[in-house]
Design a protein around this ligand. Structure first.
Ligand SMILES: NC(=O)c1ccc[n+]([C@@H]2O[C@H](COP(=O)([O-])OP(=O)(O)OC[C@H]3O[C@@H](n4cnc5c(N)ncnc54)[C@H](OP(=O)(O)O)[C@@H]3O)[C@@H](O)[C@H]2O)c1
Length: 255
């Protein structure tokens, strides 16, 4: 009888947006499970500082990388450099994301483009560049970070919910197409979590209690509470799981 393993020793993981918030917690978690971690984001100093903290705590190997995931040349340069330096890429966590709030009738075209190009196109570009490398080695795991708002809508979020609904379907499409190459693709969909991204809503006491009132679990999540699902899906313990969305949302979409 095989015993499931959550070990990631010897694996190389790229975490986009790994410098802050949920991505930072995920990078810490993957490193704690034994992986080398590549932290990428547009703010290099933030990525570098997070990597230093991870290395002090876990001793993990890794790299910090400045990369705008909505730019194909940035993504290809990063992926080639990571592969050149570390010799393999086993795990990609498409975590980087942005949001904003606009009533739909006032949503500027540029803002629609910005959110879609980071949240959805960025996941496409990173998955394609990393997927080509994984396909050659006939193994790999991609974990997308979607959102509960890829399943249910909220006012003022047409661009964001569309991007995260897109991530959910991109997950299924890649799971189907990449399975023959030994690549699994899944989607972790957090609910409301205290980070910079959510601060405009969650730091407003009225809006915060409105969100909490919507959550069966009765509180906002912490970045560290998203990590276990990502480690699980990235590990061999999830070897028969592909194409799923795992909600880590305090029950948000259960109602
Ligand atoms: N917090 C929540 O309530 C919540 C709920 C559901 C889903 N999520 C999802 O969780 C993910 C992480 O968000 P978070 O809450 O942890 O917010 P966060 O702390 O603001 O993290 C977002 C990260 O993405 C990076 N990023 C943004 N645009 C980028 C780009 N073009 N290229 C590379 N990196 C980029 C940012 O770094 P730079 O600015 O340095 O580039 C930042 O490190 C997002 O996909 C978000 O949609 C969050």
């Amino acid at each position: 009888m095989d015993v499931p393993s959550f070990e990631l020793t010897g694996r190389v993981a790229i975490v986009t947006g790994g410098g802050t918030g949920i991505g930072k917690a995920i990078a810490f978690g993957l490193a704690g499970a034994g992986a080398s971690v590549v932290i990428c984001g547009r703010r290099f100093k933030t990525c570098e500082s997070t990597l230093r903290q991870i290395q002090e705590k876990t001793g993990a190997k890794g790299m910090a990388y400045q990369c705008n995931i909505s730019k194909k040349t940035d993504v290809e340069t990063m992926v080639n450099d990571v592969f050149g330096s570390l010799g393999r890429i086993d795990i990609l966590v498409n975590n980087a994301g942005v949001t904003s709030d606009y009533p739909f009738l006032e949503l500027p075209e540029e803002e629609w483009d910005r959110v879609i190009s980071i949240n959805l196109k960025g996941s496409f570009l990173c998955s394609q560049a990393v997927g080509r490398i994984m396909a050659r080695s006939k193994q790999g795991v991609i974990v997308n970070i979607g959102s509960q708002l890829g399943e249910v809508a909220r006012p003022n979020k047409a661009h964001y919910v569309s991007s995260k609904g897109g991530v959910k379907m991109l997950t299924k499409a890649l799971a189907v197409e990449l399975a023959p190459y030994g690549i699994r693709v899944n989607n972790v969909a957090p609910g409301p979590v205290d980070t910079d991204l959510a601060a405009p809503v969650l730091s407003d006491p009225r809006l915060r209690s409105e969100v909490i009132g919507r959550l069966p679990i009765g509180r906002i999540g912490k970045p560290s509470e998203i990590v276990g699902a990502v480690i699980f899906l990235a590990s061999d313990a999830a070897s028969f799981i592909t194409g799923v969305t795992l909600y880590v949302d305090g029950g948000y979409v259960a109602i």
